[in-house]
Design a protein around this ligand. Sequence first.
Ligand code: NAD
Ligand code: GLY
Length: 347
Amino acid sequence: MKSINVKTSHPYEVIIERGSINKCGEYISKVTASRKSAVITDDIVGGLYGKTVEESLKNSGFECSVFTFKNGEQSKCLSTFGEILDFLAESGITRSDIIIALGGGVVGDITGFAAASYLRGVEFVQIPTTLLAQVDSSVGGKTAIDIPSGKNLVGAFKQPALVICDSDTLKTLPSETLADGMAEVIKYGMIRDKSLFELIESHDLDTVDEIMDDLVYRCIDIKRDVVEHDEFDKGERFILNFGHTLGHALEGWHNYTDYTHGMGVATGMCIITEKLASADIADRLKKCAESYRLPTGTDIPMSELLPFCSKDKKRESGNISYIICRTIGKADIVKVPVKEFARLMEG
Ligand code: NAD
Ligand code: GLY
């Protein structure tokens, strides 16, 4: 078993261990005095792992009620959020009890926000079951739901009490969903760790399970470091957004359907690197993304993507920030006027 301690305003442990989902009750019993729990999950993950988690919780003396919603981003919305709050109230969950998010980033984000708001805050545990959720969304305390005006527009910072990562759960992921998570893993190598990037590029989507525990550990450790320095996203944490400016634009252009976050991040990283870094680095990044069956470019004209990039224009008063890696393992945050960004991208 490996573990990482995240020293944020509310410190917690991330456990990285194959098979840990089978003994999650034991681990959770160490972070709460209560023996009453509520598990929130989606229909796919609930079907695969719900019983295991329930059984483990019951074996550790927990009373356990389970709420299941339909899988997918469309569920990360106000109506599911309301249903979760009603479920917690009807289950008699009090401020001293524990809520458990079992699933990918969608389950983690909406459950975390429910845990932040129900009774003005109840402790929650993340059991992330996608690669993206293990290396990114379950750690760092960002929780959110989508509203019709935009994605992740309503949320709160709420650090979990514990994160349990079992990379065996990744074996049931569709290969496209695993590839999605790999886009974030490649991102960590690019922004912070050359040897991590070299390890990633020496494998591919078919052989990555051999190094999965190492990847998950190293990515979470990078995220831990970034989040400990900038928990509330005032500056340095923005480096986690390498590839995301164009990535979000691509997701938005596709109306958040049939084009995943990982596809956007991979394409965004490749385009910005090709435009602004050396050909050697751009080529290595492109080959690496291709070996994880991720897209590396788009036929959509930049003029159609740019309006989606300027979404943060108001917050940044006419400027736009992007991340550039001129060396593998090192990232810089660059802030330029929106017009300058457009010129660079169209060039
Ligand atoms: P997801 O939660 O929708 O999961 C993807 C699909 O995989 C779903 O259909 C799910 O049911 C299924 N699934 C999950 N685990 C499985 C398993 N082990 N086996 C088989 N199927 C499984 O998507 P995601 O990519 O995990 O998360 C995306 C969400 O995360 C987005 O809403 C995004 O905004 C959010 N996010 C949040 C943060 C953060 O810091 N809070 C960071 C990045 C992304
Ligand atoms: N996923 C970006 C962040 O946590 O800041």
